[in-house]
Design a binder for this molecule. Sequence first.
Ligand code: ADE
Ligand code: ZN
Length: 346
Amino acid sequence: MPSIPDIPADRLPDLLRAMPKAELHIHIEGSLEPELIFALAQRNGLSLPYPGVEALRQAYAFSDLQSFLDIYYAGAGVLQTEQDFYEMGMAYLKRAAADHVVRAEIFFDPQTHTARGVSMETVIQGLHRACRDGAALGVSAELILCFLRHLSEKEAFETLEQALPYRDLFIGVGLDSSELGHPPEKFARVFARCGELGLRLVAHAGEEGPPAYVWSALDVLKVERIDHGVQSVHDAALMRRLAQERIPLTVCPLSNLKLCVFPTLQAHNLGALLDAGLVATVNSDDPAYFGGYVNDNYTQTFAATGLNAAHAYALAKNSFEASFAEARQKQQWRAALDAAFEQATR
Ligand code: ADE
Ligand code: ZN
């Protein structure tokens, strides 16, 4: 589609919801809704330090990344069996399908589970079974294993070792958890090994951390995508590099709002990233905790910042370009995207 005619602001939300899109930054443990946390706790005979679903939801008031991570890791503690992981994955994929997500590249945090005595096999097989069943919902889904950066590189190597028997069941590795004080270079050797194994490489960088962390994710870890990356705007040379090399950023506006990375959604820099020519995408990060799935991220951010139909098209197109799917598959999604816009602008 060469040029995108503007469409009236009141018709934009429907188009944002209906257009096909990829979601490339979703932590599956962050899709655990309070209702499912309570149901799994009951099934597994665990007690929670909250009287009920509403009380738990009330606790979701965060001041920064760490204040969220503390409650997020506690919530993930209810997951015990392969069936638990499967049900969590399916619940997300059903929501994603409803949002016209045709491709999901799903993060999981195995160390959160293996540290509690849950086996790597249980985690990966349960999530893999959900990804397989996602196809029947119209979602092509793949897994990306994330190393927790607040732990050591040695522990990351041990985690990789445990996961290698299931090498065919995940497409890449990422780096998440507490960013400040844990720069990418801490994981240089384990990422080099993952690269040799043919795994796709991504890392969270520039969420709360400085542009220097984005540089080292690129230069030391050799990642292909940056997760978040919103702090890159503070470094003009970095912005030029991201644009020139078409290195995608998986941006998560509602996450940034809830973790106080930006004071308001109006202040979010998604529009600036797009206008600077970056391959920015919109994603939900941890939708159960941040008040919205991917379509909520699109519609709320567009309403707050005044982005237009051309931005919408660019974001969906970027999401396919940035995905690790095969070229032929990407072409088909692009054609479906063009069809959605042609219909909406007719
Ligand atoms: N794990 C889950 N969500 C995360 C985020 N937004 N940043 C870092 N680690 C995470
Ligand atoms: Zn994230």
